[in-house]
Design a binder for this molecule. Structure first.
Ligand SMILES: Cc1cc2nc3c(=O)[nH]c(=O)nc-3n(C[C@H](O)[C@H](O)[C@H](O)COP(=O)(O)OP(=O)(O)OC[C@H]3O[C@@H](n4cnc5c(N)ncnc54)[C@H](O)[C@@H]3O)c2cc1C
Length: 407
């Protein structure tokens, strides 16, 4: 069966957070949109993924759909304080002023599944159409548009497609685009625990260099709404099963969080992060635009994954709107290329920033070790070095050159 969309209807592949945001961004441009999703509407999504959203992301959401940014901000948890320790000694602390109820907060912390639930509700209210159980198995483009084939034998046709089908993107592979970049050999074990509602912990983000209770491994503790995430950086030569089996987790979690959390574990993952970016964000015919994890994968320190997937789709939707109203096919190609190139440049910037964060945490070269050691000494005398130690595990936060978006 062949299903042709109307002349202006755009298809989005994937109903993850980036695909749902793409659908809302297209609606904000006044375009009709259908989202094709391989899973069912009530599918369980495994793993603990995003929890931290920058103000920039909340602002994008609010702009494309008034009320959305605030819905996510209010559902999430805003940290009051962040602290960094070297061993037993605190080297940095920053307490934020109480949130202004009229301004979106600097960031918010909420499980990705909760964010997806809110996005889905807004998509339905905004008139986005969904086709669940539609796994795309083939994609091809020509100068007029895109043809997608799904595993149940249907064929879909549209002038433009935003591919948000995640890290293993079928659309990306079918149109001949490759991810390029390394896999980081270091392993990180990430554990989520359910918060104890009787005695919630303080909303403080903590980073420990050389945590004394876990034989000087680095540990990050991030509270989010109804939960806490603990992340331990394994050493080269560590056997991950000492840290990622139920017994192994109990052993270290009870030493970095109040011991009761050893019995409140909700998810355990072990990651060797990829630092990859697609060699192009659009196909040869300029009819498909890649976004989110279909286009780039970064280590999560600095929270650049979903936070950069959102500006990806804002740029894609704007480019598609301009292409659909262009007077000449060359003009249409040019605006799609502009959107794709802008976001690829941002992704390369983000990967570099994420690499700097990883280099700092891994401290493999003598320069990094020396800089860290000096910073600890200076931080004890109250100098700005403490701020460097606090921010370096998350990489620089500067804008990517030539783009309006930071991430
Ligand atoms: C441990 C960890 C922590 C993280 N923390 C943060 C954070 O705090 N902040 C942040 O910004 N980012 C974070 N990230 C990154 C963030 O989770 C990802 O960037 C985000 O999930 C990417 O969303 P996506 O929609 O691109 O892809 P996905 O979430 O993978 O969604 C892809 C969707 O496409 C569907 N699909 C796949 N193939 C097909 C097909 N062939 N046909 C139809 N549908 C298909 C899937 O079923 C899925 O619904 C973190 C990641 C990890 C691993």
């Amino acid at each position: 069966m062949s299903i042709s969309s109307t002349e202006r209807e755009v298809l989005v592949v994937g109903a993850g957070p980036v695909g749902l945001t793409a659908a809302l961004a297209l609606r904000a441009e006044g375009l009709p949109v259908t989202v094709l999703e391989a899973g069912t509407e009530d599918r369980e999504r495994p793993g603990s993924r995003a929890i931290f959203y920058h103000r920039q992301t909340l602002e994008f959401w609010e702009k494309m759909r008034p009320g959305l940014g605030w819905d996510i901000a209010r559902a999430g948890l805003v940290w009051s304080t962040k602290r960094t320790f070297w061993g037993e000694h605190q080297v940095y602390e920053r307490t934020y002023p109480p949130p202004n109820p009229n301004v979106l907060p600097h960031s918010t912390n909420l499980g990705q599944t909760d964010v997806e639930r809110i996005l889905l509700r807004h998509c339905k209210d905004a008139g986005v159409k969904f086709a669940w159980n539609q796994e795309v198995k083939n994609a091809s483009t020509d100068p007029e548009g895109v043809t997608l084939a799904t595993t149940d034998g249907r064929e879909w046709r549209a002038p433009y497609v935003i591919a948000c089908d995640g890290a293993r993107s079928v659309v990306r592979k079918c149109v001949g685009i490759e991810l390029e970049g390394p896999r980081i050999e270091d392993a990180f074990v990430i554990v989520d625990v359910a918060e104890d509602p009787e005695a919630p912990i303080r909303p403080e983000r903590l980073y420990f260099y050389e945590h004394p209770a876990v034989e000087k491994r680095n540990v990050l503790i991030v509270p989010f709404r109804n939960g806490i995430r603990a992340d331990i950086q394994l050493r080269r030569g560590d056997d991950p099963s000492r840290f990622n089996t139920p017994e192994g987790v109990k052993n270290w979690i009870s030493r970095v969080l109040p011991p009761k959390y050893a019995d409140r574990v909700t998810w355990i993952s072990t990651y060797h992060f990829l630092q990859v970016v697609a060699n192009s964000f659009t196909d040869a015919n300029r009819r498909v635009i890649l976004a989110g994890e279909a286009a780039h994968l970064f280590a999560p320190f600095g929270a650049r994954g979903l936070n950069s997937g959102v500006p990806d789709v804002v740029a894609a939707a704007r480019g598609i709107k301009r292409a659909l109203t262009a007077n000449h096919p060359d003009e249409a190609r040019r605006v799609i290329e502009e959107a794709a190139n802008e976001r690829r440049e941002a992704a390369l910037y983000n990967r570099n920033a994420s690499n700097l964060a990883l280099e700092h945490m891994r401290a493999r070269d003598w320069r990094t070790r020396l800089r860290r050691a000096w910073s600890v000494k200076l931080a004890r005398t109250g100098m700005k070095a403490g701020q460097y130690l606090d921010s370096a595990p998350f990489g620089p936060r500067a804008a990517a050159k030539g783009t309006e978006a930071i991430y």
